[in-house]
Ligand binder design. Structure first.
Ligand SMILES: N[C@@H](CCC(=O)N[C@@H](CS)C(=O)NCC(=O)O)C(=O)O
Length: 219
């Protein structure tokens, strides 16, 4: 069972916080897979073969299962949760109010905290040689992140261990990754988020995924 699963499940992408999300979900669910250690900005995501066979958008991570290529880290997590989460409740059942709240946190992390805030910082500060410097935009992105992340701190203020309460879900992977990313940009987090982040980083699956996401660099 594990061997056949290994043959048909491949994750493309390592070494970024977005690829970590997919490695972490696979580790939480105990799923066997092969890793293709493709890195961002290495040229490997832009080859004709990658663009035609894996992801025409030229991005990682991509999960390939049963010949289907699934891009977008949030979509990969929700797919894995629905297909393999079972009774464990890695995402609540689709069509329930609980699932709507779960998806709300996933989209919030992916759009407001990742794409609208942290990715602006990354592109127009760290990678300004490629994307151009934009100091006003990056300052405003920092302020926006601070404002938006406060809502997450408020949601955790009742002492719940995870976003949905007692059960860890895919939404916690999305959220922890954007907190990790913020800390790598030296953004201070409110106290409930410091504890929340530490709790999730202590999970064995987080550690397994961190190792899988950091294979030795080629050459
Ligand atoms: N919204 C996408 C973003 C994917 C993305 O931008 N990935 C970056 C690395 S974190 C990438 O593949 N860049 C292409 C490259 O630099 O070659 C997701 O969450 O999966």
């Amino acid at each position: 069972m594990v061997e056949s699963a290994r043959q048909r499940r491949t994750l493309w992408g390592v070494a970024t916080l977005r690829t970590l999300r997919a490695h972490w979900a696979l580790a939480e669910l105990g799923l066997a897979y092969e890793t293709r250690p493709v890195r961002s900005r290495s040229g490997e995501t832009q080859t004709p073969e990658y663009l035609s066979r894996v992801n025409p958008r030229g991005k990682i991570p991509v999960l390939v299962e049963d010949g289907v290529c699934i891009a977008e880290s949030g979509a990969i997590l929700n797919y894995l949760a629905d297909r393999y989460g079972g009774d464990r409740g890695f995402a609540p059942r689709p069509g329930t109010p609980e699932r709507a709240i779960h998806d709300q946190w996933c989209f919030f992390a992916a759009t407001e905290l990742d794409a609208t805030s942290l990715y602006i910082l990354r592109r127009h500060d760290d990678l300004k040689e490629i994307y151009g410097a934009a100091p006003v935009a990056t300052q405003s992105a920092r302020e926006y992140y601070d404002r938006q992340v406060r809502v997450v701190a408020e949601a955790l203020a009742d002492g719940r261990p995870h976003l949905l309460g007692d059960t860890m879900s895919a939404a916690d992977i999305m959220m922890t990754s954007v907190l990790d990313w913020a800390r790598s940009c030296e953004i201070e987090l409110p106290e409930p988020l410091v504890n929340y982040r530490a709790r999730h980083r202590e999970r064995p699956a987080y550690r397994t995924a961190t190792e899988a996401n950091a294979p030795p660099s080629p050459g």
